[in-house]
Structure formats: C-alpha cells, structure tokens
Design a protein around this ligand. Structure first.
Ligand code: TYM
Length: 346
C-alpha cells in the first residue's frame, strides 16, 4: 500500500534561540551553543536569534536588556557561530515573530499551555501575578520556529515540552487553515548527547540554571581559571570511587553529572570516560575535570570578552542577521495573513 501521508518537501532549516537573561553557563553552552556551531559546520542553513522578547516575560531593566542582547550575540560568535554563514539576530528586529505569535495564540489551546511545567516552575506559587506573557511564552517560541518553517531545533532537554507544543500548534494550524496539507513542518528537537541536561554543581538532582542564587552551582562563560578550578573542587560529589560503566552511576546524581560534563567537554561517551577513570575517586577525577574545563573555558571566554567589547561589530552582525531572517519571514507571514483571512486592499 502506498503511504499517502503528506510529507514536508521544503528546505531543511535550523533555528534556535537563547534568552538574554543572567549570565550564560555551561548548561547553555553544552545544551545549545555547542550544537549551534556544529550544525552550521555541517553546512546547514542556520538562524540563531537572541530572544529578547522572551526576556520581557519576567521583570527586566530596559537598559540592561539592550546590553545583554548584544552579549548573547557575542557568546554565539565566541562559541563558533560565524555570522557570514548563520544569521545572528535579535528576535525583536523581525516583527513577524510577534505577528505570527498572535495567530498561533488563537490556534493553541488553554489546556495545552496549562500543562507546561516551565510556567509552573517560573510562576511559582503566585501564578495569578505572573505576566500573561509568561503564560503564552511557549506560543511565541512556536512562532520563532514556525515563521522560518524551521525543521530542526537544537536545545537542551528542558525545552522538550515546548517543542512538543510547537509541533501540536503546527499540526493544528495545518488542519484548520491548510486542508491538512503541510504548511508548517513538524520541527524536530535536537536534544541528545551528554550535555543535554547539565545539573547544578551543588545538587545533582537540580538543573544548572541562571537563576540559582548560588554562583557555586554553575560554571559561567565569564569565569576565570581560578574560579572554575575552585567551583569544581567545591562541587558536590560522593565518597565512592567511580564505576566501570554508566550503569554504576544510577542513583549517584552528582557523580553522573560530573562524568557527563567531562564527557561532553572532551567529546567522549560516558563509557569512554569511565574506562579511563573507573576505580578512581574524586580526589583524582576532579582535578582532571578542572583541567578540561579550564582549557575549554579559557578559549571560549577569552573570545567572548574580546567580542563583547566590540559593540560596532556586534551591531553590524545583528543588523545583517535581521535582514537575512526577514527575507525568509516576510513571505511566510504574507501567506499566513491570506490563509487566516486578513483583509487587504485589492
Ligand atoms: P534558555 O535561554 O533558558 O536557555 C538557552 C538554551 O540552553 C539550554 N539549557 C541547558 N541545556 C543543558 N543543561 C542545562 N542545565 C541547561 N539550561 C539551559 C536550553 O535548553 C536552551 O536550549 N525557551 C528557550 C529560548 C527560546 C527558543 C526559541 C529556543 C525561545 N524561542 C526557539 C529554541 C527555539 C529558553 O528559555 O532557553
């Protein structure tokens, strides 16, 4: 029997974004930035935006938002994203994101959004006082992706649920406005790898996060060598030696996290790391991890600091990226306007 399911025949396209809030940490790097550069280097068409509109969903300082938007662009470049190959731009420079978000707000269902765990985490106990933007945040994220008909989205594990929502919204739009044919493709999340969920250095059951009040819980992209070495020395571990295989890390969240970080930084599998360090204690492993981290951070953070101070270059990159992005977004939004029945002068 021939398969009659419609298939998306448009071009493959990668899109992702990072919020300009707080300082970037190792989780952001391993979960997202490292993959951004790798996908670009595979010769794919890539768009990387700084999602400054998402950063408004929590209270923010306008002046600081301008500065952090630039610094995320600098971090993309420090991580190896080449502005001549990939578009680097600010979300707010392409108004089609916001325009499509409205359409998608009318496609998504309350029940879908009510299930989003990140809203529950961020809004906390006082959800009544959270901004409406925080609640509809995942719809804007779906618009970021679908306005470019992106097919692949590199993100960390914490964004999985948002990606599922984007897929549901795409399918529902196609059903309601495109006779079940494929206008918006189903975006595939690219999550796999040992860096997909980097945990806190102080608690292996909690995600490494910009908002953790303890700076010792994370390695920041801006930390110098001494700070990194100190944080790794102080990282929570346990009293056992490392096991010979990955299975032995079950029920040892801190050990699993530190081995995972080593593996991701060194481009090895967890089993390869354990083949080398199995049977050794943290007294041996931690200094080795510190060496790997210092070497890696030394390179990236030196590039980051240099680029961050060069405002002229960053602004030129963001402008060029926005032009590239708008070339794709404009015709898609035009089609959406017709599909949903917006009036236009004839
Ligand atoms: P944000 O800014 O919180 O995080 C940026 C990226 O870093 C990843 N990440 C992690 N990965 C591994 N371990 C961790 N501990 C860790 N912490 C963060 C995140 O998964 C993310 O990939 N909603 C998104 C931003 C966004 C977006 C988009 C992403 C808006 N629109 C469209 C992709 C496509 C966010 O808040 O990421």
């Amino acid at each position: 029997m021939t398969d009659t399911t419609p298939r998306y025949t448009g071009p493959e396209r990668v899109l992702s974004g990072v919020q300009p809030t707080g300082r970037l940490h190792l989780g952001n790097y391993l979960g997202a930035l490292k993959k951004f550069a790798a996908l670009q280097d595979q010769g794919r068409e890539c768009l990387y935006c700084v999602v400054n509109m998402h950063a408004m969903t929590m209270p923010h300082d306008p002046k600081e938002l301008v500065a952090t938007t630039r610094s995320i662009a600098a971090a993309y470049m420090a991580a190896g994203v080449d502005p001549n190959k990939s578009a680097i731009f600010a979300q707010s420079s392409v108004p089609e994101h916001a325009e499509l978000a409205w359409v998608l707000n009318c496609v998504g269902r309350m029940g879908w959004l009510e299930r989003m765990t990140q809203f529950k985490d961020k809004a906390g106990k006082d959800a009544e006082r959270a901004s409406v933007g925080l609640f509809t945040y995942p719809v804007l994220m779906a618009a970021d992706i679908l306005i470019y008909k992106a097919t692949h989205v590199p993100v960390g594990d914490d964004q999985k649920q948002h990606l599922e929502l984007a897929r549901d919204i795409a399918a529902r739009f196609n059903r309601d406005f495109y006779k079940d044919e494929i206008f918006f493709p189903q975006p595939d999340p690219l999550i796999e790898g040992p860096g997909a969920r980097v945990m806190s250095l102080k608690d292996g059951t909690k995600k490494m996060s910009k908002s953790d009040p303890s700076d010792l819980s994370r390695l920041n992209l801006e930390d110098d060598a001494d700070t990194i070495a100190k944080k790794i020395k102080k990282a929570k571990s346990d009293a056992d030696v490392l096991p010979e295989t990955a299975e032995g890390l079950n029920d040892r969240p801190e050990a699993r996290n530190l081995v995972g970080i080593y593996a991701a930084l060194n481009n090895q599998s967890v089993d390869e790391v354990l083949a080398e360090f199995g049977g050794q204690g943290f007294g041996v492993f931690k200094p080795k991890l510190a060496d790997v981290a210092v070497e890696f951070f030394g390179d990236v953070s030196a590039r980051y600091r240099e680029l961050r101070d060069d405002q002229g270059t960053i602004d030129a990159v963001l402008k060029q990226g926005a032009e590239k992005a708008r070339e794709i977004a404009t015709p898609v939004m035009d089609e959406v306007r017709d599909l949903v029945g917006y009036w236009r002068a004839s």
